[in-house]
Design a protein around this ligand. Structure first.
Ligand code: ME8
Length: 513
């Protein structure tokens, strides 16, 4: 049985339409999952939708449909987007599915049995029209009247169930001290540590002022807070709440929970504490990336600079899906700073890397072999020269970058090999040597070394460029087999057929922003 690998995206809210942010996180996870499968790992990649809560209830009402109908409609759109961007998720969990709801109730029951929940009350100024509490300051400012309707605020008291987060402080401290890589990147970990030092408050985990949620077991009228419901998706999808998916338990704990930085606290602190209370193993790493902004500003509906689905589709129509995925993975906000989505930068990355490096290098080498060696892999009396060691080092570096979720660096390793091949061709000039029949063996050696290196670099690019790399692999001898076989120097045998390829067409000018 091969070792397992497992990765998750956040589950996305169905009160929003899919946009670049969702496609980004999902594409990162998809590239990693593809890389792990390529290496022969038994891989599980989970995504889905978060469908409960007052926001969904309200947007459904505003659209004149039931919350479930609203959730169905928008979840279908999220699923369609996954297919559109060729994501290879192994499951799509929806929090309104019976499998999830049933297990959330069981897991919350277990939290209560473990002594991790208490019932507490909260009292404050309540705006009945808006169904929200106002802080004392806000209430005073508006003369104890609703800032919206002007009606008097009422003094209301609510009883809620609380998760005793504070009780887990010592264990959380130890977790962070003993696992410096539990939260990455490091800048994000430091933020979490700073907040942990301020002390932990217990977390209300039920609500009584709306009904679109999972009922609190044994306490009618209480609905489980949407975040508690949502976090549990990572284990309900694997049947850990009721043992309903025994073939999936091996995928826990997840290697990576990949999330945006705005939801790090839930994943880095509340979720681990819940898992401790449930006596379940913790995920190995919570990776919090930063945000895409658009043409210099935070994306917002009112500014009209939201990179929504039609905008993304426009880029795909013009440049192809590989180009979009490449830009997201290699130029995106994987580290601790936000990234501006500029169309000009997208265009430049496509031209420099996909057209002028991947495309040009593979077409040059395959075309020369087609012309000079009738499309047959030439013999190499030098047995690869320095190239086998260089490729082996690249494969190893790639593997360790993938292990550490350093996706941009993994792509750089492959690009580095192709640039070296380009440099080697420019230095040795096989196209000139080929005019002298007495140097045929030398030309054969050069081209064989180039072809084998391009083939191996192509394998390393497969998780990132899934549309065109199969064409590259087929053109360079169609070598099949395991990861070890496909990345082994010499797998492309002398005499194998090579076909001239043209992978990425030029796009002359960038469209206006
Ligand atoms: O928070 N740049 O769902 P959500 C990069 N349901 N990534 C972005 C982004 C941007 N501008 N905007 C959004 C929720 N994202 C909860 C999660 S998990 C148990 C529950 C991505 O629909 C990023 O991954 O608001 C962010 O964390 C996620 O979308 C938020 O999605």
């Amino acid at each position: 049985m091969p070792a397992t690998a497992s990765i998750t995206t956040p589950i996305y809210y169905v009160n929003d339409r899919p946009h670049i942010g969702h496609v980004y996180t999902t594409t990162l996870c998809d590239a990693w999952a593809r890389a792990m499968r390529l290496r022969g790992r038994d891989t599980f990649f989970l995504t889905g939708t978060d469908e409960h809560g007052v926001k969904v209830e309200k947007s459904a009402a505003a659209n004149g449909v039931s919350p479930q109908a609203w959730a169905d409609r928008n979840a279908a759109e999220f699923e369609a987007v996954l297919r559109l961007f060729q994501q290879t998720n192994d499951d799509f969990i929806r929090t309104t599915q019976p499998r999830h709801e049933r297990q959330v109730q069981l897991l919350v029951e277990r939290l209560r049995a473990a002594g991790a929940l208490t019932k507490g009350s909260f009292e404050g100024w309540y705006d009945e029209g808006e169904e929200t509490y106002l802080t004392e300051t806000k209430a005073k400012e508006s003369d104890y009247r609703s800032p919206v309707s002007g009606r008097p605020l009422v003094r209301a008291k609510e009883e809620n169930w609380y998760f005793r987060l504070s009780a887990f402080a010592p264990r959380l401290e130890r977790l962070f001290a003993e696992n410096p890589d539990f939260v990455r990147p490091a800048a994000r970990r430091n933020e979490v540590l700073g907040r942990l030092r301020e002390g932990l408050q217990d977390v209300p985990i039920t609500r009584t002022n709306f009904s679109w949620g999972i009922p609190m077991p044994g306490d009618p009228g209480h609905v489980i807070y949407v975040w508690i419901d949502a976090l549990l998706n990572y284990v309900t999808a694997l049947g850990l709440g009721d043992g309903s998916a025994p073939d999936r338990t091996r995928y826990w704990p997840a290697d990576y929970h990949v999330v945006g930085k705005e939801i790090l606290w839930f994943h880095a602190v509340i979720w681990p504490a819940m898992l401790m209370a449930l006596e379940l193993p913790l995920p190995k790493c919570v990776y919090a990336h930063s945000f895409w902004i658009s043409e210099g500003q935070k994306m917002s509906k009112s500014l009209g600079n939201f990179i929504d689905l039609p905008a993304l589709q426009g880029h795909v129509d013009r440049y192809g899906l590989d180009a979009l995925r490449w830009f997201l993975v290699t130029r995106g906000p994987l580290d601790a700073t936000d990234t501006d989505f500029r169309v000009a930068a997208f265009h430049d990355a496509y031209m420099a890397e996909l057209v002028n490096t991947v495309g040009n290098c593979s077409s040059r080498v395959s075309a020369m072999i087609a012309k000079t060696f009738e499309g047959r892999m030439p013999e190499d009396p030098q047995a690869g020269g320095e190239w086998p060691a260089r490729c082996a080092a690249a494969v190893q570096a790639w593997e360790s970058h993938i292990d550490r979720f350093e996706l941009g660096q993994a792509t750089s390793v492959a690009m580095g090999l192709l640039r070296e091949v380009d440099g080697f061709i420019n230095r040795t000039e096989p196209f000139k040597l080929a005019k002298d029949p007495s140097r045929r063996a030398e030309v054969g050696a050069i081209l064989a070394q180039c072809a084998e290196t391009v083939r191996i670099a192509g394998v390393l690019l497969e998780p990132f460029l899934p549309v065109k790399t199969p064409e590259l692999a087929a053109a360079f001898g169609g070598v099949r087999g395991s990861w070890a076989e496909r990345t082994r120097w010499g797998a492309l045998k002398p005499g194998s057929g090579l076909v001239k390829v043209a992978l990425y067409p030029r796009v002359e000018t960038a469209p206006a922003a």
